[in-house]
Design a protein around this ligand. Structure first.
Ligand code: UFG
Length: 325
């Protein structure tokens, strides 16, 4: 396949690029490097530095490279930030998809793999969550991604495209090579596992648990953590699915739920280091429990979980101890 990965220098994009290259595909990256890192771009991929909403640049990339599949990873994705800046989130995420689809249409590029999110479900009624379950996002990030999903399905229907939509649960960990991992270019990390690891490494005084009065086993929020390499490999499977003229929407999670307190205690056990922490009030926009059924991805795409929580914690720890960027 000849694949364009938007956001291919970012956290999930860079791991996806690595897996595509390991599987023998030709990869092109479009990234404005605002949150992505130049060093995160695989040396065998061709990097176009620019904005995903730049139609002329998209025309140039499609014209020059005979792309057959787009994996669209560039987006704004921080839940609390979306609560503060909803207009920015819709503008960037939904308008960004519209511009991309328009360019794909102009150049007859038929296949798209899209990064969506568990946040589309809002506060789920059933656990584990199935793809067809009720969706009512409780934050602007989830709402913007659900709008993107509708747009992609409608465009695919109208213009004969194939799509795979992946709803990510909580992605963490780093590539086994030690070359790439999650980095925020000097901005503060917000996701739980890296925050806990930073506290374990003494890179922050302590971490704060946001609320212990949820209706869960220990009062803290429960999430489904998936290793970024397992998730990246799913993108290769997803791209191949579109290549066979097939479409579908899939959860990407592990089926296992861990509470915030369990992540803290499991990190302490795996690393043998204390994680200094306190408990503060709830954060806006947090559903209490998000755990995925991944049966559909397993059955239709052949998706597998190969890395458990211990591997997630160890690989993020190794990355953070020897960070390359
Ligand atoms: N948390 C803390 N302290 C922290 C950071 C997080 O207690 O310092 C808690 C949060 O309140 C939440 C849980 O840890 O309950 C996980 O929070 P993250 O910020 O790591 O991730 P989110 O669950 O908010 O969001 C992530 C992705 C979304 C995706 C969602 C799906 O960013 O894109 O997982 O489960 F939709």
């Amino acid at each position: 396949m000849r694949v364009l990965v938007t956001g291919g220098s970012g956290y999930i994009g860079s791991h996806t690029v690595y897996e595509l290259i390991r599987d023998g595909h030709q990869v092109f990256i479009l990234d404005n490097l605002s949150t992505g890192n130049k060093e995160g771009a695989h040396k065998d991929a061709i990097l176009y530095k620019g904005d995903q909403q730049d139609s002329e640049l998209l025309d140039k990339i499609f014209k020059e490279n005979n792309i057959d599949t787009v994996i669209h990873c560039s987006a704004k994705l921080i839940v609390p930030e979306s609560v503060e800046k909803p207009i920015t989130y819709f503008e960037n995420n939904v308008h960004g998809v519209a511009i991309l689809l328009e360019a794909m249409k102009r150049h007859n590029v038929k296949n798209i793999v899209f990064s969506s999110t568990a946040a589309v479900y809002g506060e789920p009624k059933n656990i584990p969550i199935m793809e067809d379950d009720y969706k009512e996002p409780i934050n602007p990030y989830g709402a913007s991604k659900l709008s993107c999903e509708w747009l992609i399905k409608a465009a695919a229907n109208a213009h004969g495209m194939n799509y795979v939509i992946f709803r990510y649960f909580n992605v963490a960990g780093a590539d086994a090579s030690g070359e790439i991992g999650q980095s925020t270019k000097g901005r503060k990390l917000t996701h739980l596992i890296p925050v806990v690891i930073e506290a374990a490494l003494g890179l922050r005084d302590k971490m704060s648990i946001f609320g212990d009065d949820y209706d869960t086993k220990d009062g803290t929020c429960v999430r489904d953590y998936i290793h970024v390499t397992d998730l990246a490999k799913a993108h290769v499977l997803g791209a191949k699915h579109t290549f066979k003229n097939k479409s579908g929407t899939f959860n990407l999670g592990s089926k296992n739920g861990y509470s915030v307190k369990e992540i803290v205690s499991e990190t302490e056990r795996v690393l043998g280091i204390k994680v200094p922490h306190d408990i503060v009030k709830r954060r806006d926009g947090d559903p209490s429990t998000l755990v995925a059924s991944n049966d559909k991805a397993a059955k239709i795409l052949g998706f597998k979980i190969e890395n458990n929580l211990e591997k997630i914690i160890k690989s993020d720890y190794e990355w953070r101890r020897n960070k390359k960027f």
